[in-house]
Design a protein around this ligand. Sequence first.
Ligand SMILES: CC(C)(COP(=O)(O)OP(=O)(O)OC[C@H]1O[C@@H](n2cnc3c(N)ncnc32)[C@H](O)[C@@H]1OP(=O)(O)O)[C@@H](O)C(=O)NCCC(=O)NCCS
Length: 175
Amino acid sequence: MTTSPLTLRSVQTQDASAIAQLMADLAVFGNTLQLPYASEELWTKRLNAAQTGNGLQLVALKDEHLLGFAGLHAAGPQVRRGHAVGLGISVAQHAQGQGVGTALLRALTDYADQWGSILRIELTVFADNARAIALYERFGFEQEGRHRGYALRNGQYSDVLSMARWHPQPPGLTP
Ligand SMILES: CC(C)(COP(=O)(O)OP(=O)(O)OC[C@H]1O[C@@H](n2cnc3c(N)ncnc32)[C@H](O)[C@@H]1OP(=O)(O)O)[C@@H](O)C(=O)NCCC(=O)NCCS
């Protein structure tokens, strides 16, 4: 049996419905800072708002089914933080552990390093999210600190780790 390849492309506003569906799953949104019952309308607004600055949002598809999405978002309005972005990533539960997150992270780090004028990528991750932490460390993210009781998760205030990745070879001038 042949399996179709995974393809990546920029997110489109029309993806809002599939993203809202993916994020409705407790196994996905529970490990992020998103809330239950997010709607297509909310994701449409978010996708429109995020497509600015030096950020980039990608979706991963197989046979036109959206399996995951991930993005880099400007860290804030301060000029002196222009080199830093935040990372978010989510893969549908049935597609986890099959390399979708790896493909998305490879594309985003390549964009940050080669094109996006980005030096620092930062994120928070629940301290017991071993799969996500292993993935981030494989791409050069380091743990920078632990926040106690940072966010309410399914009825408990849970710790998160701050992680960040500095550009492994910051760009210079063409010789
Ligand atoms: C975290 C997440 C994005 C990873 O994406 P994914 O497609 O499942 O990841 P991949 O299959 O590309 O790779 C996961 C890696 O973790 C490893 N892994 C899997 N389970 C693991 C575990 N319990 N402990 C340590 N490593 C684990 C896999 O072996 C794989 O490494 P390998 O390629 O060297 O074998 C995805 O699982 C997800 O969306 N989870 C729910 C939402 C979430 O946690 N988002 C991140 C919030 S910070």
